[in-house]
Design a binder for this molecule. Sequence first.
Ligand SMILES: [Zn+2]
Ligand SMILES: [Zn+2]
Length: 394
Amino acid sequence: MTMNPLVQTLRDRARAFIDVRRDIHRHPELGFEEHRTAALVAQLLQDWGYAVERGVGGTGVVGRLVRGSGRRRLGLRADMDALPISEANGFAYASVHAGVMHACGHDGHTAMLLAAAQHLAQGGAFDGTLTLIFQPAEEGGGGALRMMEDGLFERHPCDAIFAMHNMPGLAQGRLALREGAAMASSDYATLTLTGVGGHGAMPHHAADPIVAAASIVMALQTVVSRNIDPMQMAVVTVGALHAGKANNVIAHSAELALSVRALDAGVRRQLEQRIRELVAAQAQSLGVRAQLDWRPGYAVLVNSPEETEFARQVALELVGPQRVTLQAPPLPGSEDFAFMLERVPGSYLLIGNGQGQEHGACMVHNPGYDFNDDNIAVGAAYWVLLAQRFLVAS
Ligand SMILES: [Zn+2]
Ligand SMILES: [Zn+2]
């Protein structure tokens, strides 16, 4: 099974975008600080004839290209932010900013979409409105939500949206899709237990928040094991527990940090409700006060059936059935493209970063990770074909 000739066309022009990718890799910027990256993206889009909007939701960039009289409107999204990680790679284009690194391949996602943008502007056979969304702060900052709050889809309405993320351990260029829930929600909570401090020898004059904390940590284990449907995915992790300083002093307070994940909106609500009930009842029974500060994070990412099927057909046409996973397993990580998919139907797919030592060994967020530049042509060709198949005169 041979690849679609579009891949070779993009490969012939990939050199310039490998250079762009490495330039961005060399100058990584954290979420909402992507000033240099955003300026580079905006300038290139403008040079190619896109109507460019800068500063959307902070440092986001939107490029729009209208062709023909078609009424269909497509959105393609890439993320631009780096991570607070010290790069361990020694190659020439390694990060020049100490403690900041493109360890999730967002440099590559940006370069793939730019390569597609150039091709579509200079020779793309499409009819309709193409909207390219370069978002800030995917890594925890919720840049997607910020762009939406800033009117992204009011000013740039889309009928469907798509995004792609690289995945180490999956064969280079392999495309993996999934209909339905594909990535988990991610919520955080801080629990503060306040008791009555006192002498370690006289517990009857105190209310010990450490005993309450220990009891609550154990009780929380029953939420997943006893309350949630065993066929559903759920995680409750107590990632930090701080209390006390001395052997002979009963602490005044204790603080616990929780991470809570689910693959279903109903399970997500059930987890929060059950955790709130357990904490309140446990604290009351042990005579301490509990304050639970719940911070909702990213939503469950749900790929819509029709758009996922469309994205599958494009993948099959581009790289053939041997290089496509039609229904991949879900991932326990989270992704703020979930917020865009709550507003607009679409699909989020994976592209293999490679197997073996060079690009498969390091998972994303590892200090030795690097995006696989061979994917720039495949990823860009995928976006070009998807745009050409979606944006047809209606
Ligand atoms: Zn990441
Ligand atoms: Zn990422």
